[in-house]
Design a protein around this ligand. Structure first.
Ligand SMILES: Cc1cc2nc3c(=O)[nH]c(=O)nc-3n(C[C@H](O)[C@H](O)[C@H](O)COP(=O)(O)OP(=O)(O)OC[C@H]3O[C@@H](n4cnc5c(N)ncnc54)[C@H](O)[C@@H]3O)c2cc1C
Length: 649
């Protein structure tokens, strides 16, 4: 089919909400409040009459198109990285503002740092800078109003959930904010809407990978995973007879592939080979099984089975280990706990907008007038007033669309009593001073902000490479196609997005999940760009370039085509049924975690996140990166540590 005709069939010509460019530019211009450099003067310098976040109707969660790292948020940062930013810049203008603390990065770690600092010094004046048009970092809210009803989705971080129990510090902060996960889990219904309608998970075999497009019920799991159930699934799957036979063995046979070794010795071996190699060399499976398993780890780990250890995959319940007699719990090598929940894990709780509700509760705690209400339920539907975030009389101010480009101690780091932050907004440079600064921003960029750091610390920070990923949110006119096909979530091992699912239902406060297939709904899709064959960090670098080099049009076309193909049998028409698309790009997504395949076994004091996060004069370093763990509890714990270092000065 000719490209134009195919595009029309997909609906590429439909007037879908695609305001990313215009609004991305408009809201990306920056904000500034009053200081000795008056607001009017600062606005004039940036060529504006009013800062976008101070204008009525400023509401970033409702924007569609390219979100996450949206246009306008990162280009200057990349210019700083490439050495192209400073030549030709005018001298920065001094705002005349002096704070007790400036926080760079308005994610959960930065907001928590402001909270902890103010808890210790109630009179403190704090400025939080973030380069995005919205606060929250990865904790972003996607908000849609469909047929008069509010629909929410997480743009990034999904739920309160960690492989470890929350520390007393992180747990204490949640409780201070009114988040009692266990009580909320009991009180807030997670209605089984989809099960009650008879919907079940499915798996989509795509023709490019498996020879034909075929949607079948998902493979059995848990107690239902008998040999017969697997045979039924495999008979329906788009797989060769060899692959069917081999997958049946991997999933159900109880074979010890490392006989004669103790559990600890086996774990050690499994920590040194990838799961792909485990399947091919120890299990001796036919290579035709690989496409079925290759992307199984994408959403959780951000990379495929070629770049993850077999031991981590065992901890994440991938098959093949059932006859190997591996003892539960941690591995002997460096006492490292493989991925998964060997330490019991934290409680879990899911707000309809994901952990954006935690960010919103932190903002309410810092600036109560910005988000009305008083508990962890009413925050879900509360309307944020962004014009309140950066007022001169606030004790805490949040200044959006403001990229820190230089952070330095004023004077010798050992003697300094103040730090100075230079930031870019609206195409102009400004400076502000503070008694101390917490960099709660992406650690790998800090060496470009603070070139004066010791070289070993800069090397360590550079090595903390984050995982890129994309969460696409699609608004649908209705979900009758899902209903007809009897599916609510579909794993797509070879497709553009590897996971697609209907919005996880939750009722909380005034917010209720959609129950009628005839009404609009949101769909969540995940893509993790990888290049198998490279190390995990190199795959992350390649994936980041891919994300930033892909236009919204391409994301849209691929999304429409994938939904159309999966749901074709249910009468789905992408041109008619898709009403909006938001692509949440996270080129700097999950914080890096220990990978036994590529990381050196180092004592704690020599690990890169520990060297990287060392305080430098009046500058302390937070963010989940500095805990080398991609979870909310790490972001909070690291904020607390960084603030404690400053308070001890
Ligand atoms: C898609 C996705 C899903 C996730 N799901 C979960 C989950 O379900 N549960 C969970 O616990 N964790 C999850 N995580 C991990 C998540 O990263 C952490 O839980 C936590 O939200 C990280 O917070 P942070 O403040 O450390 O970093 P971030 O949220 O990244 O915030 C850092 C902020 O600093 C800003 N910044 C960077 N440089 C500058 C600069 N120079 N000037 C100004 N601002 C700057 C960034 O733009 C960003 O806004 C997920 C992450 C991603 C990407």
């Amino acid at each position: 089919m000719a490209g134009d005709m195919k595009d029309r069939r997909l609906g590429m010509d439909r007037p879908i909400a695609r305001r990313d460019f215009l609004n991305g530019m408009a809201v990306g211009l920056g904000v500034l409040g009053a200081g000795s450099l008056g607001a009017g003067q600062a606005l004039a310098q940036a060529g504006l009459t009013a800062w976008p976040q101070d204008q009525a109707g400023y509401d970033p969660p409702t924007l569609t198109g390219l979100r996450g790292s949206h246009p306008g948020s990162f280009e200057a940062a990349h210019a700083v990285r490439d050495g192209a930013f400073w030549p030709g810049q005018d001298a920065p203008k001094d705002t005349g503002e002096t704070y007790d603390l400036i926080v760079v990065g308005g994610g959960i770690s930065g907001l928590a740092a402001a909270h902890f600092f103010r808890a210790a010094r109630p009179q403190a004046r704090i400025l939080i800078l973030d380069n995005h048009d919205d606060f929250g970092g990865h904790a972003k809210r996607n908000e849609f109003h469909l047929d008069g009803r509010l629909h929410l989705m997480n743009g990034g971080t999904l739920e309160i959930d960690s492989p470890r129990p929350y520390s007393a510090v992180a747990d204490g902060l949640l409780k201070t904010l009114g988040i009692e996960p266990e009580a909320l889990t009991k009180a807030c219904d997670r209605p089984d809407v989809y099960r009650e309608l008879g919907l079940k998970p499915g798996i989509f075999f795509d023709k490019e990978t498996f020879g034909e497009d075929r949607l079948v019920p998902a493979p059995p799991t848990g107690e239902a995973a008998s040999e017969d159930a697997w045979k039924d699934f495999l008979a329906a799957a788009a797989l060769t007879d060899v692959a069917r036979r081999e997958i049946l063995r991997i999933e159900t046979a109880r074979i010890d592939y490392l006989p004669g070794l103790t559990s600890d010795q086996k774990k050690d071996r499994l920590s040194r080979i990838s799961y792909r190699d485990f399947l091919l060399t120890l299990v001796r499976a036919d290579p035709s099984v690989i496409p079925f398993y290759q992307t199984r780890t994408h959403e959780e780990q951000g990379v495929g089975i070629d770049a993850l250890s077999a031991l981590d995959c065992w901890a994440f319940d991938l098959p093949g280990f059932q006859g190997m007699g591996l003892a539960p719990g941690s591995a002997p090598r460096m006492g490292y706990t493989p991925g998964g929940y060997a330490d019991g894990g934290s409680y879990t709780f899911h707000f309809p907008d994901g952990n954006a509700s935690i960010a919103r509760l932190l903002v309410r705690d810092l600036i109560p007038e910005a988000i009305p209400g008083h508990d962890a339920r009413d925050v879900v539907t509360a309307k944020a007033d962004y014009s309140r975030l950066d007022r001169a009389d606030n004790a805490a101010r949040i200044r959006l669309s403001s990229l820190a480009v230089r952070v330095r101690n004023i004077g010798d780091p050992g003697q300094a009593t103040q730090a100075e932050v230079t930031y870019s907004r609206g195409g102009k440079l400004f400076t502000a001073k503070a008694g101390a600064c917490v960099l709660a921003s992406w650690n790998m960029m800090i060496p470009y902000l603070c070139p004066d750091l010791p070289q070993a610390q800069k090397d360590a920070l550079h090595s903390l490479v984050k995982t890129p990923l994309i969460y696409t949110t699609v608004a649908l006119r209705d979900w009758t196609a899902f209903h007809k096909l009897g599916i609510d979530a579909v794993r797509c091992p070879g497709a553009y997005h590897t996971l697609m699912r209907l919005n996880p239902p939750v009722d909380i406060g005034d917010y209720a999940a959609e129950r009628s297939p005839e009404r609009p709904i949101l769909v969540h899709l995940v893509r993790t760009p990888c290049q198998p064959g490279l190390s995990e960090s190199d795959q992350n670098r390649v994936g980041r370039a891919e994300i930033l080099g892909t236009s919204f049009e391409t994301f849209e076309r691929n999304t429409r085509e994938q939904l159309g193909r999966i749901l074709a049998g249910g009468g789905f028409d992408p041109a008619r049924d898709i009403t909006a698309i938001t692509v949440n790009r996270w080129p700097h997504g999950y914080a890096p975690e220990y990978n036994p395949l590529i990381d050196d076994d180092l004592p704690p004091e020599r690990q890169p996140q520990v060297i990287g996060r060392a305080r430098f004069g009046r500058i302390a370093i937070a963010n989940a990166d500095s805990g080398r763990a991609a979870y909310t509890d790490a972001a909070i714990d690291q904020a607390h540590r960084a603030v404690s270092e400053i308070l001890a000065l």
